[in-house]
Design a protein around this ligand. Structure first.
Ligand SMILES: CC(C)(COP(=O)(O)OP(=O)(O)OC[C@H]1O[C@@H](n2cnc3c(N)ncnc32)[C@H](O)[C@@H]1OP(=O)(O)O)[C@@H](O)C(=O)NCCC(=O)NCCS
Length: 189
């Protein structure tokens, strides 16, 4: 009997979560974002675009609590990507993410810097410099990674947990540390 109740509860939760997920996609489209087919948007996900723009490709998942903030720029996420809980993804200078990308929990992507060289004015009065960030397809970004403005992550890269990426990376390579350094080429162990 208990097993039956448990199965019933599990099924009920699955149905409720599928319905709320569809509702979140519907609401996001209503608010002007492009949301592809079979996209999953978890609870407490923040999608904030105006005046920017957010695009999420087919079969991608934005997990609970992730924040996507396009600011004055744009965020484009390809197909079959996942953005895990607690990620902060900004789009100031433009952020393009390819297909089949995994971004682990609590990672931060920030395509912008405050300007700070004018010693006569506060930093907050000097505006921002923006170059944009590009993450190519089939990349795996570990947990708690920070990717800074102007970086292009090459196709097939692995970025180790906790890395701070300040420079662009070569394809099919593993990078770790702060600042991120080449560990080795994939398959060369
Ligand atoms: C980068 C990573 C994939 C490398 O794995 P690996 O090839 O098995 O690497 P190894 O364990 O053989 O380590 C090789 C060297 O890199 C170092 N290293 C590995 N990962 C590191 C990291 N994230 N940061 C700094 N150094 C790291 C090791 O200390 C080791 O150094 P040493 O040779 O001086 O002893 C893995 O360590 C990692 O960070 N995975 C991310 C896990 C994660 O975030 N998962 C989220 C769920 S999706």
């Amino acid at each position: 009997m208990t097993a039956l109740v448990h199965r019933f509860e599990t099924r009920l939760i699955a149905i409720a979560s599928a319905v709320t997920c569809r509702w979140r996609c519907h609401w996001a489209r209503h608010r002007g974002h492009y949301i592809g087919k079979n996209v999953k948007i978890g609870s407490r996900v923040k999608l904030s675009a105006p005046p920017g723009r957010i695009t999420i490709g087919d079969k991608s998942t934005i997990h609970a609590g992730a924040c996507l903030i396009a600011a004055n720029g744009w965020i484009e996420i390809g197909r079959n990507c996942s953005v895990n809980p607690g990620c902060m993804i900004y789009g100031h200078g433009g952020l393009r993410i390819g297909d089949n990308v995994r971004i682990a929990a609590n990672s931060v992507i920030v395509p912008a810097n405050h300007r700070f060289d004018d010693m006569g004015r506060h930093i907050v009065q000097q505006g921002e410099s923006v170059l944009g960030v590009e993450i190519s397809s089939v990349v795996w970004i570990g947990t708690s990674v920070v990717i800074l403005d102007g970086v292009k992550i090459g196709r097939g890269c692995v970025i180790g947990a906790g890395a701070i990426v300040t420079r662009s990376t070569d394809p099919d390579c593993i990078y770790v540390g702060n600042p991120a350094r080449l560990l080795r080429k994939r398959g060369a162990k």
